[in-house]
Design a protein around this ligand. Sequence first.
Ligand code: FAD
Length: 304
Amino acid sequence: MLRRSVLTVAELAPVRWLFEKHGMKFGVDRFIAGESLPEALAQVKRLNERGLLATLDLLGENVSDARQAEQTAAAIAELFPVIERHGLRANVSVKLTQLGLKTDPRLCLKLMERIASEAAACRNFVRIDMEDSSVTQATVDLFRQLRSGFGPERIGLVLQSYLFRSEQDVREIGTQGTNLRIVKGAYREPPDVAYRRKREVDAAYVRLVRAHLEQGGYAAVATHDPRMIGSVLELTERLAVPRHRFEFQMLYGIAVDLQRSLADAGYAVRVYTPFGRHWYPYFTRRIAERPANFWFVAKHLFRS
Ligand code: FAD
């Protein structure tokens, strides 16, 4: 309920204008590693020093201008040599709509091939984030094409447990050692495609992780929910899944103590580290996920 209301209000033009004008003053920097690449690199270095891995995400989505999509792709491809030069333990995530998926899927494929080639040249990895359900099929199709060209060690995908279709997807595309990030899902979805109740989303989450591990895939268990993490730990123990076949992932600025305690216990933990000027949609999804974040931002608003 809160999620739907926050996302609806966030789409109002004056609200967006207010936030984009005052940006970091409203506590945005709790969730975003900075607006520039040097700021993000400094945060990744800090995470690495604490024994945490990272995923860099140049923020942006729903780009319809071809030139802008090309520039974004060039900036994303450039991240791989930068990561290598700085000796960072980080890979990269991409949203296909920031490369024009909705308006020109062929251009999007070409740009993704460029990005994946750079990832391969630097022996790194790129993951395709999953966006709202209007682009799920196109995202899965494009992922399949790229995986057959570059292999599962260079390219991965995200599946969302709130979508009814994900159990079928995990069986169809989770084979051959594929690297899948499993999340609950962050968008506003209609009831004919997605579970609404937390209980159902959580149950589907554990089923997806289990199915993926059982068929030999690599699982990126992306959640801050201690109950999900507990269930996955119990599952990996029961199925005798070695630690090199899964990792935990959490978002920058969220559940930081949990990130540390899992890393201290010897598990691979990767922090999704978003940066860039186009932070507004990502930021509003984080606010919508948790009432406490709404009050955190409101406090900053009233102070300024
Ligand atoms: P929830 O049941 O939502 O939360 C469990 C507990 O975690 C809460 O009680 C709270 O303590 C904590 N928590 C959760 N969210 C927050 C928050 N915003 N602020 C503070 N505490 C919080 N979604 C997609 O749709 N596509 C993607 O590609 C995608 N990539 C992701 C990558 C990573 C690494 C992660 C961690 C999440 C990603 N998500 C993505 C978001 C995901 O779908 C969920 O919306 C988000 O992770 C919240 O769900 P949860 O699993 O933490 O569980």
